[in-house]
Design a protein around this ligand. Structure first.
Ligand code: HAM
Length: 418
């Protein structure tokens, strides 16, 4: 146990972590392009926030939360997603009092007690955005455009943007009634959870992962069949704005999403060829969430993507990552007397902003050269007796293998300015 990580978690090791840094960098660039600012909320929140925010009948709240009592006997939950926490922070910090809409983003770990498999983990990472304070089809289209921009800049291909409208509280009673009518004859065949959902929230049944429930609910009435005129018009406008922005999409009437807070627009991005966990991101509008969390009636829309899945998709599609990091220079101590010079040069180079390193294991000259190769250093700088005598250094280009002896001061010319 001491040397085994908990199931469904991952170590992100050097070599791999650079890929994460790259993805995060691209994400931050896109956020800046679109005018989103970062928010950082706690990793854990009061359990009630997610129960109320995400919804009591969702898989997340019913089965997947990491919930525990702290030493003060408070029920605490490791955040399973970011939206409820952002809304909590928006209210607690009265961010609604400032200029609206507020465009926020976050990157960080989330926790769900899910059955681990490729692309599905118990600790995973999300990049998410939330726009609060505006109900306009244009912003819905913008959030989707931004999501697609992230994938595009990361070099992902073959993605499909699925969109649907989940309606509003006015359309829901009709939907509930028609769903119950359709599902009632098959009720006995559904899983225990879905039986409970039948009365409380039949829409949730359409999102059940059980094959049997999926089969039984095939052909059920969809939200699209029950939209009120105002929701239908809003959805048409969202599609028009997507067209204006040149974003391709597929209307998917079966898209319901796994969280209860959605109203109006819901969307998901699917990647082909990454296996069962093909959803590389999803989101939607949540006009009732701020109110459900105890705040005023303020609309919102957001989206989140799973970083692990993005990475998986990029690797499977052969997307390019920047070249692996390498030190600019490795300093080789060719005789014990050179050590002082090596330390001085090391300090100088680092001060100038170069990535420089040396040996601390008492390696032989040959072993130091080999070690420099393993570190993938761009150049080695060798200081030995001759160099000490001449006030020079010997620089070896580790790509071409060329070697030259130069005056010590010339090193920065050779390395290029920083
Ligand atoms: P979600 O669909 O539950 O939405 O999660 C968003 C994305 O997180 C998924 O598309 C997937 O890429 C990734 N993801 C979810 N669960 C796992 C897991 N167990 N392992 C790996 N990746 C996972 C939300 O969380 C909403 N908060 C999104 C949102 C923001 N809606 C409005 N604003």
């Amino acid at each position: 146990m001491l040397t085994t990580k908990p199931r469904g978690t991952n170590d992100i090791l050097p070599g791999e972590v650079e890929k994460w840094q790259y993805i995060e960098k691209v994400i931050r660039e896109v956020c800046q392009t679109y005018g989103y600012r970062e928010i950082r909320t706690p990793i854990f929140e009061h359990t009630e926030l997610f129960q109320r925010g995400v919804g009591e009948t969702t898989d997340i709240v019913e089965k997947e939360m990491y919930t525990f009592k702290d030493r003060g006997d408070r029920s605490i939950t490791l955040r399973p997603e970011g939206t409820a926490a952002v809304v909590r922070s928006y209210l607690e910090n009265k961010l609604y009092a400032g200029t609206q809409p507020l465009k926020l983003y976050y990157i960080g770990p989330m926790f769900r007690y899910d059955r681990p498999q490729a692309g599905r983990y118990r600790q995973f990472h999300q990049f998410g955005v939330e726009v609060l304070g505006v109900h306009s089809p244009g912003i819905d289209a913008e959030v989707m455009a931004m999501a697609m921009e992230v994938y595009g800049r990361l070099g992902l291909k073959d993605l499909e943007l699925h969109i649907n409208s989940l309606g509003c509280p006015q359309c829901r009673p009709l939907l509930k009634e028609r769903l119950q009518e359709f599902l009632q004859p098959h009720l006995e065949g559904f899983c225990q959870q879905c039986k409970g959902r039948y009365h409380r929230n039949p829409l949730r049944i359409l999102d059940c992962k059980s094959e049997k429930c999926k089969q039984l609910s095939e052909g059920a009435p969809t939200t699209a069949d029950c939209l009120c005129p105002s929701c239908a018009a809003f959805f048409d406008e969202v599609k028009r704005c997507l067209d204006l922005l040149g974003i391709d999409y597929v209307v998917d009437k079966n898209l319901v999403r796994g969280l209860d807070y959605y109203t109006h627009t819901a969307f998901e991005i699917m990647a082909k060829g990454i296996g069962a966990q093909s959803s590389v991101g999803g989101g939607g509008r949540y006009n009732g969430l701020v109110e459900a969390c105890g705040g005023p009636e303020i609309p919102g829309i957001g989206y989140a993507l799973g970083l692990e899945r993005i990475l998986l998709a990029m690797e499977q599609q052969g997307a390019e990552f920047p070249p692996a990091w390498r030190p600019d220079v490795f300093l080789v101590t060719a005789c014990p007397e050179a050590e002082e010079e090596v330390y001085k040069l090391l300090a100088d180079l680092r001060e100038l902003g170069y990535s420089a390193d040396k040996d601390y294991m008492g390696r032989s000259l040959k072993a130091q050269m080999k070690y420099a190769g393993k570190l993938n250093a761009r150049r080695t700088v060798i200081i030995g007796e001759n160099e000490l005598k001449n006030g020079t250094i010997t620089v070896k280009d580790m790509i071409t293998g060329e070697q030259e002896e130069i005056k010590r001061e010339k090193i920065t010319v050779l390395l290029g300015g920083k």
